[in-house]
Design a protein around this ligand. Structure first.
Ligand SMILES: [Zn+2]
Ligand SMILES: [Zn+2]
Ligand SMILES: [Zn+2]
Ligand SMILES: [Zn+2]
Length: 509
C-alpha cells in the first residue's frame, strides 16, 4: 500500500489504476475500448454499477408513477444508458465473488449491528444501556485435528499417546503458522468421524434455533416466571453470523442482548453477569436429534462443542473492557462476507472429504429409490421423486459445496435493529431522490428527517412499473471486469486511507 502521508495516491486524475498482470486478451479489449471511444461510456457504467464484478445485464424500461395522482414522475430506458443496457450490481455477499458488492453487504451488516448497539434509524438510543454479550458457539470435536496455537506452543504435544489402530501417532509437535493448509485437517483421517461432522453441519441451523429456545426458557426460570409470560418481563434479541473454521465446520458468533418488556431501550430485568450464566447453561443443554441416514446408520444427538465463549460487551451502559461494541460490529461485518474458503475446483483434502461425505450420505439416504434419485444428489437443483423429497437428507448433496451448511450467514431476531431489506430500500429511495432533480430540490431536508423518510416502513408513495428482459451476466468485454475490480480496489484503499487518517479511533479489521 502506498498511501502518501499528505494525500491519497489515488486522488490524482493521472494516477493510473493498478491493473495487475493483464492477459493479452484483456489488454486487447481495453485498447479496443479506447480505439472505439466507448471508454467514457464504460467508465460511467462502472460507476453506476458500483464497480460490480458480474453485473446482471437487463434491457427494457421502467416508469415511476405517483401512487395517488397517477402522474408519471420519470421514465427510465436502458437504451438511453451509456452502453445501451442496464447493468445491475450482482449483490453477492461473498468477497471472492464480487469485492464491490460484498463491501456494500458488509457495510449494511455493520450498520444493522451497530444500530442494535447504539440505536438510530428508528431504534431508540437508550438501547445502548441494555446488557449485551458476545457469544461464540463452536462445533464439537469429531477427532483430533492440527491447529495453530498462540505463543510457541506445539500443535498436539501428547507424549504419552501412542499410535491409533491405523498406526498413526496421535500427537504433533509442529508449530503451524496461520494459513498453513494442514491446520484443521485430522491427525488420522480414519479415526476422524467425517460422517458425523457432515450430519452436525447439516443440522447446525436447527441446533442454533434450539439454543435460542433454551435461552428463553432459562431466562424465564431465572426470573421465576412462566415461559409464556416472558414477554411481559424481558425480550431477547440477537444478531449472529456463521463463520467457517479451518476444519470446515461453522462457528456461530452472536451478539445477545436483553431488553425490557417494551423492547429495545427499555430497562432489562437482569444484568449482563446473570445473562452470561444463562447463556452458558443454554449452550450446554441445547441439543437436537438427527435421524439415521439409512438402516445401517445410527441416530445422533447433536450438541455444541464444550468451548462456549461468552464475553460481556456491556454490563448495561458501561462498555466492558475486554472488547468494545464497535470492534464486535466490525468483526461480525467482516465475517459476513467470508465463505468456506473452499475452491470447489481445488478444495483442501479435508474439505474434499467433507464434500464427499455430504454427497455419499445423501446418496445412501436415497439409495432405495426406484427412480434413482440417489444418483442426482450432487445436482444444483436435483429433481427428486415425491418420496425422496421428504427425506431429511435429500438436499445434503446439493449443499455439499458449502460443506453441508445450508443456514444463513448472518441473521438476527426481528427486533434486534433494522433489517438489511430496510437498508436496501433506503438506498433505493435515496438514489431515486438523488437522480431526480425535482425530487432532490424538494428533499432539502435536514439529515435526520431525511433518514426518517428513507427508513420509513410505510408503503411507498411511488409505483415503479417495468418490463425487463435478462440479457446475461457479466461485463461484455474481458477488460471491463479488470477495470471494475481495479476501481473497486481503489475505492477500498481510499476508504481505508480515510479511516486511518481520521483522528477518531476507528474499528479494527
Ligand atoms: Zn457485484
Ligand atoms: Zn499439527
Ligand atoms: Zn486412526
Ligand atoms: Zn426418489
Amino acid at each position: 500500500m502506498s498511501a502518501a502521508r499528505d494525500g491519497f495516491w489515488g486522488h490524482s486524475p493521472d494516477a493510473p489504476l493498478d491493473l495487475g498482470d493483464l492477459a493479452a486478451f484483456e489488454a486487447e479489449s481495453i485498447v479496443g475500448r479506447l480505439a472505439d471511444r466507448t471508454m467514457p461510456a464504460l467508465a460511467d457504467t462502472l460507476a453506476r454499477a458500483g464497480n460490480c464484478s458480474h453485473p446482471v445485464r437487463l434491457a427494457g424500461r421502467s416508469t415511476t408513477i405517483d401512487r395517488y395522482t397517477g402522474e408519471i414522475l420519470s421514465v427510465f430506458r436502458s437504451a438511453d444508458e451509456p452502453l445501451g443496457l442496464l447493468y445491475k450490481p450482482c449483490g453477492n455477499r461473498r468477497d471472492e465473488v464480487c469485492p464491490a458488492c460484498s463491501r456494500i453487504y458488509a457495510r449494511d451488516t455493520f450498520e444493522l449491528i451497530s444500530t442494535g448497539l447504539y440505536g438510530g434509524k428508528g431504534v431508540p438510543e437508550s438501547v445502548s444501556a441494555n446488557p449485551l454479550l458476545f457469544v461464540t458457539l463452536t462445533a464439537p470435536s469429531f477427532g483430533a485435528v492440527h491447529r495453530a496455537r498462540k505463543g510457541k506452543r506445539p500443535c498436539r504435544p501428547r507424549a504419552r499417546i501412542g499410535a491409533c489402530e491405523h498406526g498413526v501417532r496421535l500427537s504433533c509437535w509442529a508449530h503451524h503458522d496461520d494459513g498453513d493448509p494442514v491446520i484443521g485437517s485430522p491427525l488420522c483421517p480414519e479415526c476422524h468421524d467425517v460422517d458425523s461432522a457432515a450430519v452436525w453441519q447439516w443440522h447446525a441451523p436447527e441446533l442454533w434455533r434450539r439454543f435460542t429456545i433454551a435461552l428463553r426458557r432459562h431466562v424465564a426460570t431465572t426470573l421465576g416466571v412462566r415461559e409464556s409470560e416472558l414477554r411481559k418481563h424481558a425480550r431477547l434479541e440477537y444478531a449472529k453470523v456463521a463463520e467457517f473454521q479451518a476444519r470446515g465446520l461453522v462457528h456461530f458468533h452472536a451478539l445477545v442482548r436483553i431488553d425490557g418488556s417494551d423492547g429495545p431501550g427499555s430497562p432489562a430485568p437482569i444484568p449482563a453477569s446473570r445473562l452470561t450464566d444463562v447463556v452458558r447453561e443454554s449452550a450446554a443443554s441445547a441439543y437436537t436429534t438427527a435421524p439415521p441416514v439409512d438402516g445401517r446408520d445410527v441416530e445422533r444427538v447433536l450438541r455444541f462443542g464444550a468451548q462456549t465463549d461468552v464475553r460481556i460487551v456491556r454490563e448495561g451502559g458501561v462498555v466492558g473492557d475486554q472488547i468494545t461494541a464497535e470492534q464486535v460490529a466490525a468483526y461480525l461485518a467482516k465475517y459476513s462476507t467470508k465463505s468456506a474458503g473452499v475452491d470447489p475446483t481445488r478444495p483442501l483434502p479435508h474439505h474434499a472429504r467433507l464434500i464427499d461425505a455430504c454427497q455419499r450420505l445423501a446418496a445412501r439416504a436415497l439409495a432405495g429409490c426406484p427412480f434413482e434419485c440417489g444418483q442426482r444428489v450432487a445436482d444444483r437443483h436435483p429433481r427428486l421423486c415425491g418420496v425422496c423429497v421428504e427425506n431429511p437428507y435429500a438436499l445434503l448433496g446439493k449443499w455439499s459445496r458449502m460443506l453441508g451448511f445450508r443456514g444463513h450467514f448472518s441473521t438476527k431476531s426481528r427486533r434486534y435493529s433494522v433489517t438489511l431489506g430496510a437498508l436496501r430500500r433506503a438506498r433505493r429511495r435515496y438514489q431515486r431522490i438523488a437522480t431526480n432533480p425535482r425530487l432532490a430540490a424538494a428533499a432539502k431536508l435536514d439529515t435526520r428527517e431525511l433518514e426518517i423518510q428513507l427508513m420509513a416502513d410505510d408503503e411507498e408513495t411511488t409505483l415503479v412499473v417495468g418490463a425487463w428482459t435478462y440479457q446475461g451476466t457479466g461485463w461484455p468485454r474481458a477488460g471491463d471486469k479488470v477495470l471494475a475490480d481495479a476501481a473497486a480496489a481503489r475505492a477500498r484503499e481510499y476508504a481505508r486511507w480515510r479511516a486511518e487518517n481520521r483522528n477518531a479511533p476507528t474499528a479494527h479489521h
